[in-house]
Design a protein around this ligand. Sequence first.
Ligand code: 3NM
Ligand code: MG
Length: 511
Amino acid sequence: MLVDYSLYLVTDSTPAILKGHNLVDVVEAALQGGVTIVQYRDKTSDTADLIKTAREIHEVTLRYQVPFLINDRVDVALAIGAEGVHVGQDDMDLATVRRLMGKNAIIGVTASSIEEARTAAKGGADYLGLGTLFATPTKENTKSIVGTAGIKEILASLSAMDEKVSTVGIGGVNASNAQRILYQSKAAFKGLDGLAVVSAIVGADDPKQAASDLRSLIGRPPAFASYGNKKVKDLKVLLPDVPNIAKKVAENQPLCHNMTNFVVQNFAANIALSIGASPIMSMNGAEAPDLAKLGGSLVINMGTVTPEGLNNYLQALRAYNGQGGPVLFDPVGAGATSQRRNAVKTLMAGGYFDVIKGNEGEITTVLGESVIQQRGVDSGASKLTGIEKAKMVKKLAARERNVVFMTGVTDYISDGDRTFAIKNGHEYLGYVTGTGCTLGTTVAAFLAVHREDKLLAALAGIVMYEIAAERAAARENVHGPGSFVPALLDELFCLQKQSFIGQNGWLAAAK
Ligand code: 3NM
Ligand code: MG
């Protein structure tokens, strides 16, 4: 049977979610809004009540010609003639469910690991509910939060199997993340067939509207995917474009919205002005929706993160994601404290970053492979070779489906497909606070004006900044970090309008 899994409604009968609504009415409203398959999930009612409610819902789903499944209870499914059953890992085993339900029934299995998913696919499940995507109050005892990264690994493994199985993602799915989940979990292999939703529809004031909104979001790519698809691989073709992009910044004066730490706010605003961008240093998430409409970009730099600041970041992140405005994430000191490690997790689960920039310690922490205890916000002693760094940025960029760059004496940048090393810059940059943060500001301004290739935009920003640093350091009147700072601003200002060449030549490709 051909089943449309794209918007999968899973019901919940707890008063906290239903909020006085009648469940059967909610299901009908959701069907009007466009859900394509329904599962009745009720963990507490007595069997007689389960059968009564299931019958009532089934009458409605039959009218809308949408399949109806029962969670866990094969007996209830058989009693009312439901089209299928969904079982978790602790429920009846798949082979027995199939034997009882028959070969035409739709049988789904919850899987949260590659092994569970492969076993269920081999066992003949029709679809898998993959999760938990994000922490959700609807199901608090979930086994593991796998995120889009975990879903992606499971999908990759399934794609290598002969058995074909459909998949839906579940856990914390709502209108703010539906498009991103589908976008980020997909790679070269087939992505998710749909998203399963409980509270975002059942708990909505207007379930029909909520379902219809989700349906339309699922049907189109996220705003931030509408650019960044042009992929020239040859550096010789890419590099001559760098000065052109720098010029575009000066000509278009894009708004560069910085939510950055208090140590560098003034410096970052001056750097933005020097390259011709228009900075606004607003930490207030509530004004981000208005700012996001102005066509600029956003920097989220968590250098002095607080719980309140984190909420502001999330608000702004969602506003820019909704508009497709580029967002750069600078996870300053990511591995230094548990507060910061949690902030990284919350932000990565809360929205999409077009570009992530960090030093070695930060990028390894974001990747979740950190063996380095960061001391303060500097990177700590390097533990990785150049090849390892290149592999790391590539892996993270492929996982997040974005652009990642790691700063250091040599910088590494990747979009998961193309990976380059950049050898420009000067050691004075390491003696001035905020030079890393303001490189983030620079790259964000470049992203705002060059959306057709995010990697090239980021590369151009890095090259311009680091060549300006080389030229500043080479000035006769520059003797150290103090005199270097004003010279850096001057050089960036001069480079705006002219083509530029670094002291160490251009760039070298990484393996
Ligand atoms: N199963 P909401 S998470 C029923 O991870 C269910 O297997 C999950 O609810 C799993 O859409 C979940 O309200 C609840 O977050 C999802
Ligand atoms: Mg179950």
